[in-house]
Write a protein that binds this ligand. Structure first.
Ligand SMILES: [Fe+2]
Ligand SMILES: [Fe+2]
Length: 353
């Protein structure tokens, strides 16, 4: 696939028409509208040009031509580069041909006879559409990269804390697995991954002496520490599209029985993402250990989760997590970030953006 040339200053258009006069009219009208124009006198020449000179921003084709029809040229263009918009030139009332061209991938048609300004309007709209498609592709690539960046940021922040080596990363992998187990859709799982990643971001507001204190906290120190969900939610307040992420950060220390903080929410009043992250977070702390508590074996941590069903934890989230753990085998092996990075790199290369 050729690199999209939508960002080039002069858009490139390929015009295919076996009628010399129409070809000339198309060329002059489009050149006058600021386009760089290549022409083909039959369908076969059009197909060759699409392959030999990739990077067209637009294809305008007649239908009845020697060697290959306009619809065949459109189908070929779609195979070479599906982001290139195609327009077919039709006789005034041939709606049937227009529909067949649309099915083959055309984004518009120009009925004959047409004037230069009409041609330029249709071409301009097709280009706008291509620009949107290219931007959507770019966004699709950026979202996973943003997720990775968020992870790096979270891990960096957590390096302030003791014994939290890659805590955020493990939480993301296991929270995603639990969310899948519970049948949640793509959008909910995205929020849960980002929420898991950033759940403790509010600890930037907690003094390092508390985060690194080797023994249990005093009552007043605990009060300071317990501000971190609210601080985290405040940090994310201005990101409108991350409302669900913010709820996870704010409520990841709520308990199913209402005994948690900051609001003392109970049961299903606690956002589902926060209930999931809460279970995985507690488990990771138990098996990783902290300065004041040595690591516990996985089996002992699972027993603790099961004991706290309906007290600290959502029973459905605990059951789903235990099910994923039993399937996964080694707890520390589940997060496979290397393959995820490879995938992003491959996709970026494929789109040459
Ligand atoms: Fe926390
Ligand atoms: Fe945590």
């Amino acid at each position: 696939m050729g690199a999209p040339s939508i960002l080039s200053i002069v858009p490139r258009v390929l015009c295919a028409d076996d009628d010399r006069l129409t070809r000339r009219f198309l060329s002059e009208a489009l050149a006058g509208g600021g386009y760089e124009v290549d022409t083909a006198a039959d369908g076969g020449a059009a197909c060759r040009l699409l392959e030999e000179r990739p990077g067209f921003d637009l294809l305008i084709t007649d239908h009845s031509m020697p060697v290959a029809t306009g619809i065949e040229v459109i189908e070929h263009s779609q195979r070479v580069d599906p982001t290139v918009p195609c327009i077919i030139v039709t006789a005034l009332h041939d709606l049937d041909l227009a529909m067949r061209a649309m099915r083959a991938g055309a984004v518009g048609f120009i009925p004959k006879p047409f004037k230069a300004d009409h041609l330029l309007t249709v071409a301009g709209r097709a280009l706008e559409r291509r620009q949107l498609a290219v931007e959507a592709t770019r966004l699709n690539l950026l979202v996973p990269m943003l997720e990775r960046f968020t992870m790096v940021l979270a891990n960096t922040l957590e390096s302030k804390d003791c014994a939290t080596n890659r805590h955020a990363e493990r939480l993301v992998g296991h929270s995603e697995a639990v969310a899948r187990e519970l049948g949640l859709g793509d959008d909910a799982r995205f929020s849960i991954r980002v929420g898991a990643c950033l759940h403790d971001i509010g600890k930037v507001g907690v003094p390092e002496t508390l985060l690194r204190k080797p023994g249990p906290l005093t009552a007043s120190e605990r009060q300071v520490m317990q501000l971190h969900p609210e601080i985290g939610a405040a940090i994310l307040e201005d990101i409108d599209t991350w409302e669900d992420v913010r709820l996870i950060v704010r409520h990841h220390h709520e308990h199913w029985n209402g005994a948690g903080y900051p609001l003392g929410l109970a049961a299903t009043d606690i956002p589902l993402g926060a209930r999931i992250v809460s279970v995985v977070d507690a488990f990771d702390v138990m098996v990783s250990g902290r300065a004041y508590a040595p690591p516990r074996p996985v089996e002992s941590a699972i027993d603790e989760l099961l004991r706290e069903r309906l007290r600290q934890f959502d029973p459905a989230a605990v059951d789903a997590f235990v099910a994923t753990l039993e399937r996964a085998g080694d707890y520390h092996d589940v997060v496979d970030t290397v393959s995820e990075l490879d995938l992003i790199a491959q996709r970026a290369k494929a789109f040459a953006i």
